[in-house]
Structure formats: C-alpha cells, structure tokens
Design a binder for this molecule. Structure first.
Ligand SMILES: Nc1ncnc2c1ncn2[C@@H]1O[C@H](COP(=O)(O)OP(=O)(O)O)[C@@H](O)[C@H]1O
Ligand SMILES: [Mg+2]
Length: 446
C-alpha cells in the first residue's frame, strides 16, 4: 500500500490532489475548453467551491506546463505582464541552446533574453528607493504570447476579480491577441478565475469574443461529491469513519469541501494518525469527532469573531439592530438558504413594523468582505445563506442566548457539540468584551 501523509490527503487549505474528486457537472466543458486551441476561459463561482483545485488537477492531467499569477487589489496590468514574463525565465535560461524560432524565423530565446537584460538594466539605474520595474516597450502582449506559446504554456490568473475595473479592460484585449496567436501556438490561452457570481464580473470581454471565451461555473459541491472526498481519504489512509460521522460531516460541510477536509484531518489528528495506517484499518469514532470539532472551533473562533464584528459594527445610528435581526432570521431559516421575502417575513414576526428598505440595503452588504462576508447570495437559486456552516452555528449559538432553545431536540449530536462549544466560546469572549467597553468609557471621561 502506498503511504500518504494525512495532511496531503485531507487538505483544508490547499488544492486536493489525492482526495481530488472529479466534478462531473463541469468536467466536460472545462476539458473541452482547455483542449480547444484559441479558446480563452473564465472560471467563476463563490469562494471555496473548488475552482483552484479543479483547474490545478485538470492542468496537471492535460497541460505540459502552466504559470500562475495571483491577483491582488491595486495590481496594475503591466505588473501582471511582468510577472508572467519573470516566471518564464527558468525555461529560457535552461534551454538557451535549443533555439526556438517563430514562423517568421525570429529566435524567441534570444529576444526573451534581450528583454530580460533590458529590464535588469532599467532597474539597476533606477535610483529611487522603491523598486519600480518598468514594462519595457518590447514586452508587448504579442511578445508575451509568443514566449508563453513557445513553451506550450497557458497562463492562469487567480482571483482576477480583485483587479481594478480600469485594468480589467486590458485583459480582454490581451485575450484577443492570444486568440490570434493560437494558430501558431495551439496551447496558448488565458484562464481567469474569479470568486464572483457571473463570468462578466471577472472579465468584461467584447461581444465579438463571445464564442471564443468559455464561461465555466463551479458550483458548491454536492453531498455526493463531498462524500467521495471522505471515501478517497479512507482508502488512501486506511481508516474508517463511522457511517453516522460521515453523514454528519457531509451534511454540515454544506457544499464547502474545506470544512470536510478540516474535520477529517482533525479526526485523524485526534487519533494520532499522521500517515497511512499499516495493518488493520483504523476506526474513527464519535470521540475523535468531538475532539475534531473542538479543535475546529478553536481554530476558527478568531476569524468567526472578526467576521461577526464587521457585520454587526454600528455604522450609523438606526432604530433597529439591523445586522443582528437579519442574521438571526437567516439562522432560523433553512440551512440551504432563504429568499429575501422569507427573511423579511421572519424578521416581521418579532419586529412587526420593520421596514423592508433596511433589509434591501443591508442584505447584499452582508455578503461583502467589508461586512465580514458572512452571507452569500446564489444568483441561480435566488437564496441567501451563510457562506460557511460554522457561521450559521455561531449565529445560532449567539442568538439562542436570547430565545428559548425550543428546537434543541431536533438537533444532531454534531450540532449540539458545535453549539455547546461555540456558546462556551461566546460567553468567555463576551466577558473580555465588556472589560474593553468599560475601559473605553473611562478613557473618554478623563
Ligand atoms: N474536487 C475537489 N475534490 C476534493 N477537494 C476539493 C475539491 N475542490 C476543492 N476541494 C477542497 O476545497 C477547498 C477549497 O478549494 P479551492 O479550490 O481553494 O476553492 P476556490 O478556488 O473556489 O476558492 C480546498 O481545501 C480544496 O482542497
Ligand atoms: Mg481559488
């Protein structure tokens, strides 16, 4: 049996490889687009649905090589080009001898090295302290396309939605250039990934490019897909989760594979398992599960709290505790999400005069990172839900303190453990919060 490390099988924070599960709903479309010369690709869908992982696995299966540029807010388009150019450097310095020529007879390696020399020359004479690198005029979109194409590489732009609108427009132009070069370099293409609702929010390309850009939507994982992750993990590590635990982990992951990876990894850790078990399979029990949830809550609690702080922060004086009311309503409704009208009706049960405008205003905001990104909106179903199941549990625990826990008996062991641990956490945190508030007041008076 092949020995694997548990952390390489259950991968909550990196792309899954060993426990990678094929995504049947998008696989064909993505593979076809990847193998169609000149086809540019936009992969989109909520954060955590598995875009990066899917692409990483497909590229390993299908592509000679690819380079990846991670996008950040404020990054200029020129820096993107330079980053791609830099990443090609090992291929051109290693293969100096092998002369690659374009159809018109230009030596690509030589022109790569010429531009590289030009860049280092510019940076060397740059006396300002900040090391700004200028894009040399020779490094055109065309030139970059040839450098990539000659290495049979495609270019992946991770989190392209973070780039400013003004810079984004240039990508559409670049895609056009790459399409035109595909005759000569069939592998050349750009794959832009974005955690957004529509492909157009990633790249707003021209109408005429419509048929040459594939839009691949990666949805949340289905329960069957999540269950397959556990199965793959079981066989890679020679472990067995009790069926009840499996069912709970699947249900509570709520479409997010990272939650499943996290809980399974924690359970292995609780059992002291760091790699594939030798001999008889290791059985993972309820006790390991409870331990795993505790670790999960401990690890997540800081980021949960900071997300809720952002959501609940009072930004202007209003009659209602809007964010609280909304989150409480969403937590009381179905786990899979609720439409705005359902949320509205739910709030009105307690606050009969609650203005709908408040909800209309704040609900989309609660999906943004500025407000903690606690909720997400699915444009296909029209439903709002918690973006991570642990947020829902936290909201339930938080708001349960106010209301009577009437539905407690319908909750599973998992939920009860989660709620119990989160409630304990909240209570201990509230203690420290009060102290902070008192401190502030005292300082004000002085
Ligand atoms: N097809 C898959 N099979 C197994 N695990 C997956 C799969 N897709 C994603 N994951 C896991 O889910 C988490 C989030 O995936 P990621 O690719 O980073 O999502 P995204 O890029 O959409 O935000 C990671 O922990 C990853 O290992
Ligand atoms: Mg990603």
């Amino acid at each position: 049996m092949e020995i694997s490390q548990t952390r390489d099988v259950f991968t909550p924070t990196k792309p899954a490889r060993i426990a990678f599960v094929e995504r049947d709903s998008v696989n064909n479309k993505l593979v076809n687009s990847l193998t169609t010369p000149g086809k540019q690709i936009v992969v989109y869908g909520h954060s955590g649905t598995g875009k990066t992982t899917l692409l990483a696995n497909k590229l390993t299966q299908l592509y000679e090589r690819h380079i990846t540029t991670r996008c950040m807010k404020g990054l200029k388009f020129e820096q993107l080009l330079l980053d791609a150019f830099d990443q090609l450097s090992p291929f051109y310095t290693l293969e100096k001898q092998a002369v690659i020529k374009t159809s018109s007879g230009v030596d690509i390696g030589a022109s790569y090295n010429a531009i590289q020399a030009n860049i280092s020359l510019n940076s060397a004479t740059d006396k300002s302290e900040k090391h700004t690198r200028l894009l040399p005029p020779q490094l055109t979109a065309q030139a970059l396309g040839r450098f990539l194409g000659a290495q049979q590489a495609c270019w992946v732009l991770e989190d392209f939605h973070k780039i400013d609108e003004t810079e984004k427009a240039q990508l559409s132009q670049l895609m056009k250039v790459f399409m035109d070069l595909s005759d000569e370099y069939p592998e050349l293409k750009i794959i832009a990934l974005g955690a957004v609702d529509t492909a157009r929010q990633v790249v707003d390309y021209d109408h005429e490019m419509r048929n040459r850009v594939a839009e691949v939507h990666v949805a949340l994982m289905t329960e069957a897909e999540i269950a397959s992750i556990i199965l793959k993990g079981e066989s890679a590590l020679n472990v067995q989760f009790n069926p009840e635990i499996k069912r709970l982990v699947v249900r509570h992951s709520n479409g997010l594979a990272s939650v499943c990876h996290h809980l399974c990894l924690n359970m292995c850790n609780a059992a002291g398992l760091t790699e594939t078990a030798g001999g008889a399979p290791v059985i993972l029990t309820q006790e390991h599960c409870e331990h795993a949830i505790k670790t999960y809550v401990d690890e997540a609690s800081d980021s949960i709290k900071s997300a809720f702080d952002k959501a609940l922060k009072v930004r202007r004086k209003t009659q209602y505790e809007n964010a609280s009311l909304i989150l409480e309503a969403v937590s009381a409704l179905a786990e899979g999400g609720a439409a705005r009208t359902d949320i509205y009706n739910r709030i009105r049960r307690a606050e009969t005069k609650y203005p709908e405008a408040n909800l209309k205003y704040l609900l989309p905001k609660l999906c943004t990172l500025e407000y903690g990104g606690i909720l997400r909106y699915d444009s296909n179903s029209g439903l709002y839900s918690f973006s991570d199941p642990i947020y829902r549990a936290y909201a339930l625990a938080q708001f349960q303190k106010r209301s009577t826990p009437s539905s407690a008996n319908s909750q599973s062991d998992f939920e009860q453990t989660l709620l119990r641990l989160l409630t304990a956490k909240i209570n201990s945190d509230t203690g420290s919060e009060i102290k902070i508030t008192i401190n502030r007041i005292t300082t004000k008076r002085q």
